[in-house]
Write a protein that binds this ligand. Structure first.
Ligand code: SF4
Length: 100
């Protein structure tokens, strides 16, 4: 699974980081970004910054997507439908696509 965050929708509450600090981080700008192997992918962010989620973290990432009040977490998963590209119709937080 690979994920990214639509920073335009992020409310900055940090719930994603509470669920999985290995994949999500809240920066000084008050917005969440994904991280991969400890590297924060905030440049440029958005759909251009996809993080690979380790298998052991997938459950926590799904929980984060379900709780995300901004519904800003996005999934790019080759298993299902290829890479999503920022379409607002992709609402993973409450979409079946986030369930295994
Ligand atoms: S849970 Fe969603 S809205 Fe809250 S900080 Fe994370 S990405 Fe932003």
């Amino acid at each position: 699974m690979r994920v990214w965050i639509d920073q335009d929708l992020c409310t900055g509450d940090g719930l994603c980081m509470d669920h999985c600090p290995e994949v999500f981080v809240l920066l000084e700008d008050g917005i969440a970004y994904v991280r991969e192997d400890r590297a924060v992918l905030n440049d440029p962010g958005g759909a251009a910054s996809l993080a690979a989620v380790p298998g052991w973290a997938e459950r926590a990432v799904v929980a984060a997507a379900e709780d995300c009040p901004g519904e800003s977490l996005r999934r790019a998963d080759g298993r299902r439908d290829g890479v999503t590209t920022g379409a607002r119709t992709e609402r993973p937080g409450r979409a079946a696509g986030w369930r295994a």
